[in-house]
Design a protein around this ligand. Structure first.
Ligand code: ARG
Length: 460
């Protein structure tokens, strides 16, 4: 039990209390950000002549040595310290002597932890963005290769109207593109540095907060010290953005699980991304998609959990806020692995194109188009709707699709039908007619693909 405080205590901390209070078990992963933050702080103290140049240089080389040794595995972060901040300061003092004790001048662990956590989260947001970008690229490949892969589009999980695989995948592209942009906008809002807020009321030292903020890559300092130490909005925003990504991944996973089932057979998941059963030899299970779908639950839990932690907290720092880390770390780790695994699965999946097209035909997805055909021949839509309903009933009884129904059967219900009905209701024709931007036709999808390719090139 090594701690940074104790002067006013007459008794040792109870061991259970110490362990309950400690966060080093999980905040040790922020060692790099803690050292980066301390380096910026000490450089600022030197610049403002609060520390001498010699003291500053001593501390800088001590901190750099600690970073190098941790990364080389020569210095282990042990749980005898309360948190990563205490650890770094204690080791620094052990190594360079009394100068080490001056590092904390004009700083509190409250502004320190707020800065470290912001730096860590900012770094990880970029890591998540890289993985989303990769998934977008995988989707663009599928989109560009499948503009004429016809498949049923569903509403109520009932076959509705035909679309193409490109069109279906482009719906997911849209979701993940929004996710990417959402993360970028969070980064803009969190671009202020809490360092220099002190415990809550700033500090009496003449700090140059703009300077330390810039050293850490922030636009500037936070403008209220109480908010600076207790703002965790960006964590809530990130948790919410990650939850949205997980919701998108879970919807996508659900479709892949359905499509991979024996009933659909729209896709075959690559062997490398499937698992078997210990008892049923025939099984090839979509575990990756199922796990991604399942993990969305715990990430949403992380999100809700931290919202409730923050609710009702008075200003300024409260120890409750230490609870921000495990949830956000878990959400970050989870979404990163889910994005990577999901993109890998989609990159290697096989689409069973003829089964998809057959399924679109078998589900009467062209029934609306038969009605539209009659409307073009002068039949009022309501009558056409009823005629086609009867045709579907016949097909249902004969177990055939609308394009397999003989012309005399068509004619028996309405004289306006002609040989050109087959051409008019082919998958290609009816998809091609949906040319408005946003629709499934090849023309529309080509325009959209061009936009996507430009978006991917311009992603920041
Ligand atoms: N481990 C603490 C946290 O994560 C660091 C800040 C502690 N500040 C304090 N006054 N006890 O929030």
């Amino acid at each position: 039990m090594a701690q940074l405080w104790g002067g006013r205590f007459e008794k040792e901390t109870d061991k259970l209390v110490y362990d309950f209070n400690a966060s080093i078990g999980f905040d040790k992963r922020m060692y790099k950000q803690d050292i980066e933050g301390s380096l910026a702080h000490v450089k600022m103290l030197g610049k403002c002549k609060i520390l001498t140049e010699e003291e500053m240089n001593n501390i800088i080389s001590g901190l750099n040595g600690i970073l190098t040794d941790i990364e080389a595995g020569k210095l282990e972060i042990t749980s005898e310290y309360e948190d990563i901040h205490s650890f770094v300061e204690a080791i620094l003092t052990e190594r360079i002597g009394d100068d080490g004790k001056k590092l904390h001048t004009g700083r509190s662990r409250n502004d320190q932890v707020a800065t470290d956590t912001k730096l860590y989260t900012r770094y990880e947001i970029e890591e998540i963005k890289i993985r989303i970008k990769h998934l977008l690229e995988v989707l663009v490949n599928i989109i560009s290769a499948n503009m004429e892969t016809y498949m049923p589009g569903f509403t109520h999980l009932q076959k509705a109207q035909p679309v193409t695989l490109s069109h279906h995948m482009s719906a997911y592209y849209e979701m993940f593109y929004r996710d990417y942009m959402r993360l970028s906008s969070i980064l803009e809002r969190m671009d202020t540095c809490p360092l220099g807020s002190g415990a809550l009321a700033g500090t009496t030292y003449p700090l140059d907060r703009q300077y330390s903020a810039e050293l850490l890559g922030f636009k500037g300092p936070t403008l209220n010290s109480m908010d600076g130490v207790s703002d965790r909005d960006y964590i809530i925003e990130v948790l919410s953005a990650i939850s949205t990504i997980m919701i998108h991944l879970s919807r996508f996973s659900e479709e892949i699980i359905l499509w991979n089932s024996n009933e659909y057979r729209f896709v075959t998941i690559d062997d490398g991304y499937s698992t078997g059963s210990s008892i049923m030899p025939q099984k090839k299970n979509p575990d990756i998609a199922e796990l991604v779908r399942g993990k969305s639950g715990r990430v949403i839990g992380d999100n809700i959990g931290f919202l409730v932690t923050m609710k009702g907290l008075p200003l300024a720092y409260n120890k409750d806020m230490q609870e921000d880390k495990e949830g956000v770390f878990d959400a970050i780790d989870t979404v990163k692995s889910c994005l990577t695994l999901f993109a890998g699965m989609m990159d290697t999946i096989t689409f069973n194109k003829s089964i998809m097209e057959e399924s679109a035909k078998a589900g009467y997805t062209n029934a609306t188009d038969v009605a539209d055909y009659l409307v073009l021949k002068g039949i009022p839509f309501r009558d056409a709707h009823s005629i086609v309903g009867k045709l579907v009933l016949i097909c249902d009884k004969e177990k055939i699709s609308l394009d397999q129904l003989p012309l005399d059967e068509y004619k028996s219900l309405c004289d306006a039908f002609d040989e050109d009905i087959y051409e008019a209701i082919s998958m290609k024709t009816i998809v091609d007619k949906r040319k408005t931007i946003g629709g499934p036709s090849k023309d529309a999808m080509k325009q959209v693909l061009e936009i996507y390719e430009k978006q991917l090139k311009d992603l920041k």
